[in-house]
Design a protein around this ligand. Structure first.
Ligand code: PLP
Length: 430
C-alpha cells in the first residue's frame, strides 16, 4: 500500500500545524512513529485516504460516528441546517426538541445545557458541583480521560489517595492539588480517599464504563459503592458519558447499569459527527447555573442549529429497532474471530468487549484498571496496528483505544477484518 500523499501532506502539515496534527492522539507517536494516514472521504463503514486506499473504519472518529460516515438521514439534517443558517445566537425550537430527547433517554438529566465539546461539558459539571457544594476537591480515577481542562489533566500523587500533581505543563499545581486520583475498580482505595478527604470533596468524577484505557466495565457493586460513599460525604457523583452515552444502548451507561449520578456530561455521539457537548442533572443542582444561579457557563456556538439538528437525526437513527442488537452481534463475531485466531497463533491477547466496542490488549492478564492496561505490550500493538493499516483496516493508533463498530459495518466487513488479524498475527509470530 502506497502512502506517498499522506507522507507529503504530513511534511507540509509539520510546517504549519504543531506536530502535524490537531489532536495528539492522531499522531503515530505511540505506534512507532511515521506519517499518520490522511483521509479524504468517509462513506458508511469505509474511509478513503489521500492516496486512494480504502479502509474499514474502526476508529469512528474516536467514538462519534456510530451510524457510519455520511449517513443519509444525518446528511439531510446538516444540509437543512446549512440552508437555513447555521448560527443564530437566539433560542431555537430544535434545541428544545433535542433537550427533551436527551431527557427522555437519560432521565437523570432533568435539566440540560448544550455546549461544544466533551471537554467543556466535564469542566462545567465540576464547576457546578463546586458551586452546589461550596467545596473544591474532586476525586477521579486513574487512566480515565475527561478532556483537556485544567482540573482533569492531573496525575495521581505518590501513593493511593494522595493529592494530585499536574499531568501537563501549564496546569497550576494549586489546581492539581484539589484533585485526588484513585485506581478504577478498587473499592478500598476509593473508601480510603473518601475517609481522608470526604468533607472537602465536591464531586467524584467517573466514566461509568471506561473507554479511555480500553473498554473496562466496573466490577459488580463499584458504581453503587461510589454513589453511597459520595452521597454520605455530602458530595455529588458526576458521570462522564462522553463516550458511553448512546454507545451501548439508547441512553446512558447509567441506564444500562441502573445506577444514576447527580450530573452527567455528554459529547461525541450526540452530535452525529458535528461538535457538541451537553451536561445535565438534577433540577436543584442545575439551577445553580446562570442565568438562574451563580455558576457561570456560556457559549457563542452553544446549541447551534447545525450540531443540534445533526444530533437529533443521529438519535432518530439510533432509536430504530435492531440498532444495538446489530452492534452487539457484529461485536461478538469480531471478538470470537480474533480470540480464535489468537489461540491458533499462540498470541497473548485479552479482549474486553461490551456490545459494539472492544479493545484488544496484548497481554494474557485481565485488564480491569489503568495499571493493568499500562502493562500490556505497546510495542507489539504498534506493529499489529501497522500490519492492519497495510491491509486496509483502520484502528486508533494507541493500545489504550477502543475499536468501534458502526451500524454501517456488515458481517463481510467483520470477516475481512478477522482475515486481516490472522495475517497480522502470522507476521508477528515469525
Ligand atoms: N470525556 C471522555 C470520556 C472522552 O473520551 C473525551 C474525549 O475523548 C472527552 C471527555 C473530551 O471530549 P472532547 O474531545 O469532545 O473535548
Amino acid at each position: 500500500m502506497q502512502h506517498n500523499n499522506s507522507e507529503r501532506l504530513h511534511e507540509e502539515a509539520l510546517k504549519v500545524i504543531v506536530g502535524g496534527v490537531n489532536s495528539p492522539s492522531r499522531s503515530y507517536k505511540a505506534v512507532g512513529g511515521g506519517a499518520p494516514v490522511a483521509m479524504e472521504r468517509g462513506q458508511g463503514a469505509y474511509f478513503f485516504d489521500v492516496d486512494g486506499n480504502q479502509y474499514i473504519d474502526y476508529l469512528a472518529a474516536y467514538g462519534p460516528i456510530i451510524t457510519g460516515h455520511a449517513h443519509p438521514h444525518i446528511t439531510k439534517a446538516i444540509t437543512k441546517a446549512a440552508e437555513t443558517g447555521v448560527l443564530y445566537g437566539t433560542p431555537t425550537p430544535h434545541e428544545v426538541t433535542f433537550a427533551k430527547m436527551l431527557q427522555e433517554a437519560i432521565p437523570s438529566m432533568e435539566k440540560v445545557r448544550f455546549m461544544n465539546s466533551g471537554t467543556e461539558a466535564v469542566m462545567t459539571t465540576i464547576r457546578v458541583a463546586r458551586a452546589y457544594t461550596g467545596r473544591n476537591k474532586v476525586i477521579k480515577f486513574a487512566g480515565c480521560y475527561h478532556g483537556h481542562s485544567d482540573p482533569v489533566l492531573v496525575a495521581a500523587g505518590s501513593g493511593p489517595s494522595t493529592l494530585g500533581t499536574p499531568d501537563s505543563a501549564g496546569v497550576p499545581a494549586v489546581i492539581a492539588a484539589d484533585v485526588i486520583t484513585v485506581p478504577f475498580n478498587d473499592p478500598d482505595a476509593f473508601k480510603d480517599a473518601i475517609e481522608k478527604w470526604g468533607a472537602e470533596i465536591a464531586a467524584v468524577l467517573v466514566e461509568p464504563i471506561v473507554g479511555n484505557f480500553g473498554i473496562v466495565e466496573p466490577i459488580k457493586g463499584f458504581l453503587e459503592l461510589i454513589n453511597e460513599y459520595t452521597h454520605n460525604a455530602g458530595a455529588l457523583v458526576i458521570y462522564d458519558e462522553v463516550i458511553t452515552a448512546f454507545r451501548f444502548t439508547y441512553g446512558g451507561a447509567q441506564d444500562l447499569l441502573g445506577v444514576q449520578p447527580d450530573l452527567t456530561a455528554l459529547g461525541k455521539i450526540i452530535g452525529g459527527g458535528l461538535p457538541i457537548g451537553a451536561y445535565g442533572g438534577k433540577k436543584e443542582i442545575m439551577d445553580k447555573v446562570a442565568p438562574v444561579g451563580p455558576a457561570y457557563q456560556a457559549g457563542t456556538h452553544a446549541g447551534n442549529p447545525a450540531s443540534v439538528l445533526s444530533g437529533i437525526a443521529c438519535l432518530e437513527v439510533l432509536k430504530q429497532k435492531g440498532v444495538y442488537e446489530h452492534l452487539d452481534r457484529l461485536g461478538a463475531l469480531l471478538e470470537k474471530g480474533i480470540a480464535e485466531t489468537a489461540a491458533t497463533h499462540n498470541m497473548p491477547i485479552t479482549i474486553n468487549r461490551l456490545k459494539g466496542a472492544l479493545t484488544v490488549y496484548f497481554t494474557n492478564e485481565k485488564v480491569m484498571n489503568y495499571e493493568q492496561a499500562e502493562n500490556t505490550d505497546g510495542e507489539l500493538f504498534g506493529k499489529f496496528f501497522k500490519l492492519m493499516v497495510e491491509q486496509g483496516i483502520m484502528l486508533a493508533p494507541s493500545k489504550y483505544e477502543a475499536w468501534f463498530i458502526t451500524i454501517a459495518h456488515t458481517e463481510e466487513n467483520i470477516e475481512a477484518t478477522i482475515h486481516a488479524v490472522q495475517n497480522a498475527f502470522e507476521a508477528l509470530a515469525k
